[in-house]
Design a protein around this ligand. Structure first.
Ligand SMILES: CSCCC(=O)C(=O)COP(=O)(O)O
Ligand SMILES: [Mg+2]
Length: 237
C-alpha cells in the first residue's frame, strides 16, 4: 500500500474556498477600492514597483484601466494579484471580510497538522492575500498550522516547474506531496512534476470532474482516499 503524503498543498478558489466568495466578495471589494488606494498610496515604493510591472505587461495603457480590464476578465496577472492583496488587507483587518472556507476544510487541516503533515498553500492570490484569508478565516486563524505559501511569483500554476520548485522549498520529493485543486490543468502540471494529485469537485462551485485525476467532493473524502487522518471534530461554520 502507498504511504500517506507527507505534505498537502492546497489551491484556494474552488478547493478550500467558494468560487462565489472570491468573485462576489473579494473581487468587487478590490474593484471599488482601487482608485482610492492608488491615490492614497501614490508615494509608496511597493505600489510604484507594482505599477511598473503593470506598465511592462500593458504598454501604452493607463495602469488603472489595465488593472480593471484584468479584474473584469479574472486574469491571474501577478501585479494585479499583488495589488488586490494589499487592498484586501484593510477589509480583512477591519473585520469587513472574513475568509470563506468550506466547513469540511478546517477540521481536516487541523487533524492533518496534528499528525505532522506539512500544509502549504499555492494560489494565484498573492501570498499576502493567502495569509489574510487564512489568518481571518471563518474557522479562525489557521496560519499557525500552515508552513508554506506560494503564489505566481513561484511560477505559473499550469507549469510543472512551479511544482518542482514548491517541492524543493519544502525539502520533499514531489511524490511525497499531494496537490489539491479544482482545475485539471493545474493537476496535470503537478502530476507531471511527480506530485500526487486530487481534483476537488465541489457541487456548489459547479466544478466538473476532469476524469484525468482522482476526484473528491470534500476534504474528508480526500483523507479517506489518501490515507490521511480523518477529522475528529464536526464541520466548522
Ligand atoms: C485570498 S486568495 C484570493 C484568491 C484569488 O485572488 C485567486 O485568483 C484565486 O485563484 P486560485 O489559484 O486559488 O484558484
Ligand atoms: Mg482554484
Amino acid at each position: 500500500m502507498t504511504s500517506p503524503p507527507r505534505a498537502v498543498v492546497c489551491d484556494i478558489e474552488g478547493t478550500t474556498s467558494a468560487i462565489a466568495f472570491v468573485k462576489e466578495t473579494l473581487f468587487p471589494f478590490a474593484e471599488r477600492a482601487l482608485d482610492g488606494f492608488l491615490r492614497d498610496r501614490a508615494d509608496d515604493p511597493e505600489v510604484s514597483a507594482i505599477l511598473g510591472e503593470v506598465r511592462v505587461l500593458a504598454p501604452g495603457r493607463e495602469p488603472a484601466e489595465a488593472l480593471r480590464g484584468w479584474m473584469a476578465g479574472d486574469e491571474k496577472v501577478t501585479p494585479l494579484k499583488a495589488l488586490q492583496g494589499m487592498i484586501w488587507r484593510q477589509g480583512f483587518e477591519s473585520g469587513a471580510i472574513r475568509g470563506h472556507l468550506w466547513p469540511d476544510v478546517a477540521p481536516c487541516l487541523r487533524a492533518w497538522a496534528r499528525a505532522g503533515i506539512a500544509l502549504r498553500i499555492y494560489s494565484s492570490g498573492s501570498v499576502e492575500a493567502q495569509r489574510l484569508l487564512f489568518g481571518h478565516s471563518e474557522a479562525g486563524d489557521l496560519t499557525p498550522i500552515l508552513s508554506g505559501f506560494d503564489d505566481t511569483r513561484t511560477g505559473p500554476k499550469r507549469e510543472a516547474t512551479s511544482y518542482a520548485a514548491i517541492a524543493a522549498s519544502a525539502g520533499l520529493a514531489p511524490g511525497e506531496m499531494l496537490f489539491l485543486s479544482d482545475v485539471a490543468e493545474e493537476l496535470d502540471a503537478a502530476a507531471a512534476a511527480g506530485m500526487r494529485v486530487c481534483q476537488l469537485v465541489r457541487a456548489a462551485d459547479g466544478t466538473v470532474a476532469s476524469e484525468r485525476h482522482p476526484a473528491c467532493a470534500t476534504f474528508p473524502e480526500v483523507a479517506a482516499r489518501f490515507g490521511l487522518p480523518a477529522p475528529d471534530e464536526p464541520p466548522s461554520g
